[in-house]
Design a protein around this ligand. Structure first.
Ligand code: T4K
Length: 406
């Protein structure tokens, strides 16, 4: 295989693992390999935690990380939580959402589960073909007298249509919040994601731009809401022996906060590396008929955490065929968020006809392929991944025939 990104058309048997060649990578290359910041700094913090015997329940590291995140986002309050899903559950409950809440089906299943877990019905609206985020016209069409809120998802770190959604929410008296699991350190028209709507929720899962092993944060300028969330995430305790509200255990531990603080110190470097990788993919996949990389709006600032390729119907191979070729090479490209939340249980059974109202979601679910990036993927790796794609496409009939013979 050539390292120059050029297809190898002349070979009789294309040099691909599906035809028996050695895989391009000896080890699996994943989407979502965690970022590990400065180990020594982490171990120093870990030792400090152990020396002080203070492991959880809003210790110094949690307080410090909350302060740093609120400052970075430019909001008054950050409430750290044990993961993004619990963050969404707490927030929707604290806001009193009930009945129906409008969400995209093109998202990680947690966005809908956080609602259904509380017996709030997620109503799926369609997305925009370019941004993959909620389409405000589709949202408006889904509003009923039972609707209490909208959850926009800044998918891939690309901002939702924030202004039209805000206008809709005001006009229909609905609560608007954002699932910003992918969007830490992203901005929209010079304003950081995290500062829109009633509140926004980040995920700091191991696979995210900023990881705390597991974790998340709810950020808001509403002080009363933040106060309520703090009570709810700690069983409703307002002091020793004093429970004043129903609550759960949604706390982040000190070791997680120490990991977050450590990774935060490397954040600029990580984003710069992600952007380098994104540009390398763009350069090497440029001009392939039917394949396009997700573009960023110049007025927004992304974190380039996901390299998202859209494989159109006129490409020589389908998205699924390409993913299979790549997996054989140990390049574990992902079909996020296939098949769409509306086609997963329990939603598939609850709303068997939902897909009829979600044509763009259906199309994007069929076409998106997410490629490995992050600090454990080098530009040299990308120079070996892209030729696989070129070679497979240049030999599409042989690839198809190979799959058909299985
Ligand atoms: N909203 C949205 C829009 C989200 O995307 C998510 C989470 C949430 C809400 C909920 O937030 P959290 O409650 O998770 O904080 C992954 C993540 O598990 C999930 O957090 C994330 N979205 C989603 C987009 O991706 P999976 O099932 O695809 O893959 P997973 O976790 O097995 O990891 C992917 C790959 O990363 C693995 O194949 C190998 C690699 N990996 C993973 C882990 C955990 C590692 O190399 N090391 C690791 O420690 O969901």
């Amino acid at each position: 295989m050539s390292g120059s990104g050029k297809p190898l058309r002349s070979e009789k048997t294309p040099s691909l693992a599906i035809f028996g060649a050695a895989p391009a990578f000896a080890e699996k290359l994943h989407v979502g390999r965690p970022t590990i910041g400065d180990r020594n700094r982490f171990f120093e913090r870990l030792n400090d935690i152990l020396d002080r015997h203070w492991l959880t329940n809003r210790g110094d590291y949690v307080i410090e990380l909350e302060r740093r995140i609120a400052q970075a986002v430019g909001v008054r309050n950050c409430v750290l939580v044990c993961n993004g899903t619990v963050g969404l559950e707490l927030l929707t409950r604290a806001l009193g959402l009930r009945g129906e809440v409008i969400v995209p089906a093109f998202t990680f299943v947690a966005t809908a589960h956080a609602l259904q877990w509380q017996e709030i019905t997620p109503v799926f609206a369609d997305i925009d073909r370019d941004t993959h985020c909620l389409d405000p016209d589709s949202v408006e069409a889904m509003i009923t007298p039972r609707t209490s809120g909208i959850i926009g998802v800044h998918i891939w770190g690309r901002p939702c249509a924030v202004e039209p959604l805000t206008e809709l929410a005001v006009r229909h008296n609905l609560k608007l919040i954002f699932d910003a699991a992918h969007a830490f350190a992203c901005s929209h028209k010079d304003r950081m994601i995290g500062s829109f709507g009633e509140a926004e929720v980040f995920s700091f899962h191991a696979t995210k731009l900023l990881n705390t092993f597991e974790g998340g944060a709810i950020v808001t300028n509403n002080d009363g809401l933040a106060e309520k969330l703090r009570l709810m995430q700690n069983f409703g305790f307002a002091g020793f022996d004093r429970v004043i509200y129903i609550g759960t255990n949604g706390k982040m531990s000190e070791v997680c906060a120490a990991m977050g603080l450590t990774n935060l110190e490397s954040l600029d470097e990580i984003i710069a590396g992600n952007e380098r990788n994104y540009r390398a993919y763009r350069k090497q996949l440029n001009g392939i008929p039917g394949i396009g990389l997700m573009q960023y709006d110049g007025r927004d600032c992304g974190n380039y955490q996901y390299v998202v390729a859209v494989v159109d119907d006129d490409a020589a191979l389908s998205r699924d065929e390409l993913v299979e070729v790549l997996h054989a090479e140990n390049v574990i490209a992902r079909r996020y968020f296939y098949p769409g939340v509306h086609r997963m249980e329990p939603y598939r059974s609850y709303f068997p006809h939902a897909h009829l109202l979600l044509p763009v979601t259906e199309e994007i679910c069929r076409k998106v392929m997410v490629l490995p990036t992050g600090p454990s993927v080098s530009e040299e790796d990308i120079s070996r991944i892209c030729p696989v794609i070129h070679t497979a496409l240049a030999n599409a009939p042989a690839v198809r025939e190979r799959f058909a013979r299985r």
